[in-house]
Each structure stands twice: as C-alpha cells, then as structure tokens.
Design a protein around this ligand. Structure first.
Ligand code: ADP
Ligand code: ASP
Ligand code: MG
Length: 410
C-alpha cells in the first residue's frame, strides 16, 4: 500500500467554472508531485440548489441545463485527448439523473439525496479530466463514505468507511493516480445514496482522511482561512492563524459557514490537522486546525439568530429561550420576550477572566442591552435582541478580538 495521501477538498466556488477547474487541477497536480493525493470535490456552485429545486419542482433548472454547464466547463478545462471521454461520462450522468428524477425510489428524503448527490459526480468527472489533461493520472473513486440511513444529514460510520475506502480509493492511489472523490454523498448500509447535509463535503474530506490514515486535510475555499468573524458582517474581520478542534467546531456551529460543523470530529479522533486555504490566493497562510489549545483570549465571534422562544405558563409574560451549549447542554434563561426574537453572540476561544464584563460594558456603551450573558460550552455567550445582533457582533469583535490582538502586538 502506498503512503497515506494528502486529502484536498475543493469547494463549490473553487470549481465554479472552467477556469476554476483548471486552477483546482493545477493545485492538486502541484501537491501530487510530492506524494499521493485524494481530491474531494464539491458540486459547482449553485448546482446542489438547482438539483434540490428540481426534486421540489420549485426551480426552472433542468437536467439539460446542468449538463450544459458541465460540458462548457469541461471544454475549457479538459484537453482534446480526454474531452470525448469526459463528455461521455457527463452525458451518462445526465441520463442517470433523468431516470432518477422520473422514477423516484424509496422515501421522499431518499429521493432528494439521490438527486442532490449528482452535482458532485458531475464535477468529479470534470476535475479528473482536467488533471489528466495536465499529465497527472487521475480517476474518479466513487462513494467511499459509509453512513447510516438518515437521509439529508447522515452520520458517518468510520469502520465501514475504512472498508469502502480500501475497495474504491486505495486501488486508485496504489496505481499512482490522484483519486478524485465526489464529496457530500455517502452510502447507507443497504447501498442507498445519502448526503452528509448542506456543506457536507468538508466532512467528506476529514472522514476520508481518517479512513486513509492521512496526516493532513486541506480545505480549499474562496476565503483565506477561517476569519475571526463572518467577513460578510464584519468588514474588519481577518483570518485566524490557528484554532483548536474544539474552537473550530464551536465556531462552525455558530455561523462560520466555511466549515461544516461536523468536519472536526474525524480530525480530532485521528489527530489529523486541517488547513483551510484560499484556492485563489494559495500564498496566504490560511488557518491550521489542530489539537493545540492556544493562549488565553477570545479568538473569534460567532452568531446564531432566530433562537426559538417558548412561553412557559408559569412565567407570566416572560418567555424561555435556549441560550446555547453547542448542540447539547443548552442553558435556558427566562427573559422578557423581545419583539423580533433573540440572537446569541458568542466569544469563542479561551476567554480571560475580565472578558465577560468587558463584553457586557462594550455592548451597553453601544446601546445594546444583553438579555443574558454568561459562559456556556460555546464560550462567552451574550443573548441580545435579534435586531441588534449584527451590531453586537461588530462591537464584541472590536472589543474582545481586535483590541487583544493590538495589545499582543504592542
Ligand atoms: P465552499 O464552497 O468552499 O465550501 P462556503 O461558501 O461553504 O465555501 O464557505 C466559505 C464562505 O463562508 C466564505 O465565502 C464566507 O462568505 C463564509 N463565511 C462565513 N463565516 C466565515 C468565517 N468566519 N470565516 C470564513 N468564511 C466565512
Ligand atoms: N454541494 C453541497 C452543498 O451545496 C455540499 C458542499 O458544497 O459541501 O451543500
Ligand atoms: Mg462549504
């Protein structure tokens, strides 16, 4: 058996069109010069939504449209020598997709997964062709991830995944080729197609890495790492150089969309490190996620909006809401139900003693009155009226993350 591969996962925008497929193939080809590579690939951006829209009959997308988009990408990224083969794979996939859409098998949820998973198969065919065009042997290795039968968000079975990977991925690697693995999809014990949930290709990558004994998984995306707050909400947000598995998992559950929340589980279980890097700026250092717990301090600010409120009969006009504690061990708090709902803003990392008070003061100074504040398993947690959520993220980012960085540098 050859040495364990580097697993590289390319997200939807990293394979968003012909030029992006070329770039992704060049990155995988570069890595393949120094050792074996397994490339996990997402669907081209927007494809999964289109496929799900087709099952719900809510979109105007068609199989022909999906096929055309991939044919166009292939014509850009795949050389004349390999193009006929890739085109024939794509047409075959489109025919299978049509058959699946016409004759659903099993429950509605099973049907949705069977259709949704096609996006990754289409993009795997194009990426394999793009790699071959660069002179790097590559083969699609379908469905190594074994799961339970929970359609729409299946749980990975580590032992069965190792067995499946031994059958479908190792032979490709041992043959000296890059194994191109469609992300997001898995197989239930009865062989039906499952999916790992939206954004699940990140989890495919670490689950595969664990099965193959990899030491490192690269998540290649469209930003230069995990930012210390959602860059779409906080213009000053910046990439964090390192996070522990615990911190990254808490952050992913609280809005850091760049990683599927379960991504860290297989990595933590096997000690494999995750490097989040920008496909379009490979020189940027990115974020390394490992077992190392860093220095004391809040490293990033997470947000969850739209928490459910329940009114307790004994509580008069007050409502109870779930504050948080990752997905379990939630804190419940009694509050006056604000109009518009409650959001939770969390300072993730290793908060220092004064950070809670400092956060509360900064919010008050900005005219935001926390409904509740305290420590939960997610970190420092501030419950605020939903209407003030984004401003609260900005204030806490400035006060607890940036101010501390400035202190460290000074
Ligand atoms: P991919 O298609 O590569 O899986 P995603 O769209 O799933 O990429 O995730 C990357 C996006 O996540 C970024 O473009 C950014 O808009 C969003 N995002 C939200 N919060 C964060 C964060 N804390 N750090 C980095 N990106 C974030
Ligand atoms: N293509 C899937 C999605 O859009 C999985 C992924 O991109 O990770 O959710
Ligand atoms: Mg993603």
């Amino acid at each position: 058996m050859s040495e364990a591969p580097l697993v590289m996962k390319f997200g939807g925008t990293s394979v968003g069109g012909g030029a992006e497929f070329v770039r992704a193939a060049q990155i995988a080809a570069g890595a393949a010069e120094s050792g074996p590579v397994a490339a996990v690939v997402s669907a081209m951006s927007g494809t999964t939504d289109a496929l799900l829209g087709m099952t719900a009959r809510t979109s105007t997308a068609t199989t022909g449209g999906v096929l055309d988009r991939h044919l166009a990408a292939a014509r850009h990224a795949v050389s004349g020598r390999f193009l006929p083969q890739v085109e024939s794979w794509l047409r075959e996939l489109a025919a299978r997709l049509d058959r699946t859409l016409r004759s659903p098998n099993g429950s509605a949820a099973a049907h949705r997964d069977a259709v949704a998973g096609f996006g990754e198969r289409f993009s795997a065919a194009v990426l394999a062709g793009a790699l071959c065009s660069l002179g790097v042997p590559a083969r699609v290795a379908d469905d190594p991830i074994a799961t339970d039968a929970s359609f729409g968000g299946a749980a990975v079975d580590a032992a069965a995944t190792r067995r499946r990977a031994a059958r479908c991925v190792w032979p490709v690697l041992d043959g000296g080729a890059v194994a191109v693995v469609p992300g997001y999809v898995g197989r239930a014990p009865d062989g039906s197609i499952t999916t790992l949930g939206r954004g699940g290709s990140d989890l495919s990558a670490t689950a595969l890495g664990r099965a193959l004994g990899s030491r490192e998984v690269w998540i290649l995306t469209d930003v230069s790492g995990v930012f210390d707050a959602d860059p779409d909400l906080v213009p000053e947000a910046a990439p964090v150089s390192g996070l522990s598995y615990r911190e990254a998992a808490a952050f992913a559950r609280l809005g850091a969309k760049v990683l599927h929340p379960k991504t860290m589980q297989p990595a933590a279980a096997s000690g494999m490190e995750i490097l989040v890097k920008n496909t379009f700026d490979l020189g940027a250092p990115g974020t390394r996620i490992s077992a190392r717990e860093g220095a004391p301090g809040v490293r990033c600010i997470g947000l969850r909006r739209g928490l459910s409120l329940e009114r307790l009969p004994a509580a008069g006009s007050r409502s109870v809401f779930c504050v948080l504690g990752a997905d379990s061990g939630s804190v419940r708090a009694l509050v006056e139900a604000p109009d518009g709902g409650v959001a939770v803003v969390a300072g993730i990392g290793a908060p220092a003693d004064g950070d809670l008070l400092c956060g509360i003061r900064a919010l008050e100074a900005a005219g935001i009155h926390p409904l509740w504040a305290g420590s939960t398993t997610a970190g420092l947690t501030f419950a605020v009226p939903d209407g003030a959520a984004v401003e609260a993220v900005r204030v806490l980012h400035r006060e607890l993350v940036r101010a501390c960085l400035v202190e460290e540098v000074a």
